[in-house]
Design a protein around this ligand. Structure first.
Ligand code: FAD
Length: 461
């Protein structure tokens, strides 16, 4: 990668020349929730903290992402553009641009520099190791042990660098336990009940035996639970670990394991969190069940609220297997479900802030505004750390920066790693978030306005 074209990591998130504006807080007027400007997300000043290079890069990448054919066929398009542009132009410009827009860097020095900048913008990093597996991609035990090392490294990096107060990280259980086993456990859960304390005993090293599993499966599950327990041990009192939700054919197993981790590690505060996908028809029921379990078992509950990323695949699979669609029939129904779950959690947090926490992980401006309004009505502090917001790195920065400028706690989900390691992850994320990527016209307009303002300034001087 050329050092000329690849900007120093320090400049990834904000240009050094604009560092002084970094601490710019929203004006007094727009800070008041009664002002019409409050969280309208229409103020291009949010982008004053970006360098020229970042503005141009974001515009270019978003322009590419607005074409459905490019996003839907991301991997093939990368190959095609490599052939059209030539290997050199592709490697020197296109690939690093996409990479720098959505990834923090590869080495710890690069990642730290990016995170330092992010933290100076008032944003919190939420590191995500780009490892995940789906059915048919399983690897051997040695690979899962290597993945454990990467996760422990992520815990260490998240808390030991001092760039984040209250650090968070994401964890995919399928990086440490075979997806096939999660699917089997999910089908066993239809007829068997596994006590959470039973899983905790396995995490503690006891040689328990799970009904319905073969000897090999049981051994792998015990090893997987111990790996997860090691992540929990390393993160308690340091980093909040947000477990991702994946496909419905394995989610019940993932939730069972996550709740067991909560039972073990969330006695004093929510260090382990679970994710609830509001596009699922049963999302509210699942959330209520988790709330009841946490109350009856006496542990704290951390909730990541998302709409959900795997809609198309879930629907195709349900159709193929002649099952009813697990996803709400329309985007509006998913929105209602998101609002209902959010309302439920906000009320609980206002009543028992020591017991519940939530991250509103969405790029949807309306959801963000609704959450902010309800937080004010319920008397929840903007930076009280019981409720925070989350967006993906490189996406909807106008939402993240505006929220941060108004004093809310905002996390950016940040993948890291080499170009080759992160590209497959980015391709999946691009496809999952294509509705968001294709709808980022507003962010593009704001970026363009800021670019024009800068160019005018250059002409004047
Ligand atoms: C920090 C963070 C962590 C995340 N972790 C996870 C995770 O663990 N698991 C996961 O699945 N996703 C996760 N996501 C991804 C998240 O689900 C997507 O970003 C999200 O679906 C896009 O929704 P939105 O609210 O940002 O945008 P919006 O544009 O408001 O909503 C788009 C979403 O609405 C839903 N939708 C769209 N059309 C329809 C329709 N016709 N019928 C029903 N529903 C519809 C889909 O979920 C679609 O993705 C995470 C996102 C962030 C920012």
């Amino acid at each position: 990668m050329s050092s000329l074209l690849r900007p120093p990591a320090l400049c990834r998130l904000t240009g050094a020349r604009h560092m002084r504006s970094v601490s710019v807080r929203a004006s007094e007027e727009s800070c008041s929730s009664s002002s019409p400007l409050f969280l309208s997300f229409e103020d291009p000043r949010a982008f004053r903290v970006k360098s020229m290079w970042e503005l141009v890069r974001a515009l270019t990448v978003f322009r590419l992402c607005s074409a459905p054919v490019l996003v839907n066929n991301c991997a093939q398009m990368m190959g095609l553009s490599r052939r059209i542009l030539g290997k050199r132009c592709f490697s020197l410009f296109l690939r690093p641009s996409v990479y720098a827009q959505f990834v923090a860097g590869e080495t710890e020095v690069e990642i730290s520099a990016s995170m330092q900048k992010m933290s100076s913008l008032g944003l919190h990093p939420m590191l995500a190791v780009p490892i995940e597996e789906d059915l048919g991609e399983s690897t051997g035990e040695k690979r899962y042990e290597e993945n454990l090392c990467s996760m422990l490294e992520c815990v260490r990096m998240s808390h030991s660098n001092g760039w984040s107060q209250n650090p968070m990280m994401q964890l995919k259980i399928t990086a440490l336990v075979r997806p096939e086993l999660c699917v089997k456990l999910t089908s066993l859960l239809k007829t068997h009940q596994y006590d959470l304390s039973f899983l905790v005993r396995a995490m503690d090293g006891e040689e328990v035996s799970f009904t319905g599993l073969s000897e090999n499966e049981n051994t792998h599950l015990l090893l997987g639970l111990r790996r997860l327990s090691k992540v929990g041990e390393a993160s308690v009192d340091k980093v909040r670990v947000l477990v991702d939700a994946e496909y419905t054919y394995m989610n019940p197993a993932l939730s069972l394991i996550t709740l067991a981790m909560m039972m073990k590690f969330n006695q004093r505060s929510a260090w382990i969190w679970n994710t609830y996908q509001c596009y699922l028809k049963d999302s509210r029921a699942l959330l209520v069940e988790a709330i009841e379990t946490s109350s009856s078992q006496g542990f704290c509950l951390g909730v990541k609220l998302v709409r959900g990323a795997y809609m198309d695949k879930e629907r195709k699979l349900a159709e193929k297997e002649l099952r009813s669609d697990p996803i709400h029939e329309s985007w509006e129904r998913t929105n209602d479900s998101y609002n209902e779950c959010m309302e439920l959690m906000l009320k609980l947090i206002s009543e028992s802030p020591e017991h519940f926490m939530m991250i509103i992980a969405t790029h949807n401006e309306e959801s963000v505004r609704r959450a902010v309004t309800r937080m004010e009505e319920l008397g929840l502090h903007r930076d009280g750390n019981r409720v925070c917001f989350g967006q993906l790195l490189g996406m909807c920065d106008h939402v993240s920066l505006t929220l941060a400028q108004h004093g809310f706690s905002v996390y950016k989900s940040v993948p890291y790693g080499s170009v080759d390691d992160t590209l497959p992850y980015l391709v999946r994320r691009a496809q999952e978030n294509r509705t968001v990527l294709q709808g980022i016209r507003k962010e593009r307009d704001l970026l363009r306005q800021e670019l024009h303002r800068r160019l005018k300034l250059i002409k004047v001087t």
